[in-house]
Design a protein around this ligand. Sequence first.
Ligand code: PGA
Length: 259
Amino acid sequence: MRAPLVIGNWKMHGTLVEARALAAGIRDGLKRPRGVQVAVCPPFTALAAVSEILAGTPIQLGAQTCHHDAAGAHTGEISPPMLAELGCRWVLVGHSERRKEIGESDELINRKLRAVLANGMTPVLCVGETSDERRQGLTFTTVEGQLRAGLAGLGADEIAKTILAYEPVWAIGTGVNATPAQAAEVQAYLRGLLSELSSKEIAQTVRILYGGSVKAENADALLAEPEVDGALVGGASLNAQGFIGIVRKAARIGTATKE
Ligand code: PGA
């Protein structure tokens, strides 16, 4: 019912030369991905080049963040219409690295999310607890706060167009992924909240991805969880074969058990 989605988040990796090579490697290795939707989020500077390389393929383009205004005196920022013009279909919002390093607040993330929707793209709202929060038993409180604030003011029809990504901060880039049971537990909780904020029916259609040290070796077990509708992949998406391996696993599960 919910087709699996795998998104590669390249973060601040990839000069133009590197990004072109990675995009071409993914394109050539994934001729006809079936039963799975695939997107990559290169750095801004590589979007145009990657867009050209992926044109006419089923692999879609996304961005890692954006500003919430359409235009204006915001030095260094990139607006949603600029991304839409380049062919971006997806925009990550609220990634933990931006929350922490740039100090993005829940309120700002909410504004960005609405701007992405208003420009016809799909926001991927990232939520997740730190290791301290998990130790203190605050996992659900943290992700609930981030979810409610991130989706504040949205109508049910807008929630239906949003993707969530559960990314425990302690699992990002550490090599220590959440266990499938840990991911499923939090993601089921998030789906319950979505039900409350929209409707039970809509909550059943919203895809919730897992992110945090996903690689081809652990993708099977994570994606086999009915609550895990795909993966947001950082480090492992920088290698075409590694990324393709994850997509293939998602495709197999998508066509075999979840559709
Ligand atoms: P990782 O990053 O796969 O390198 O852990 C995931 C993310 O930050 O989206």
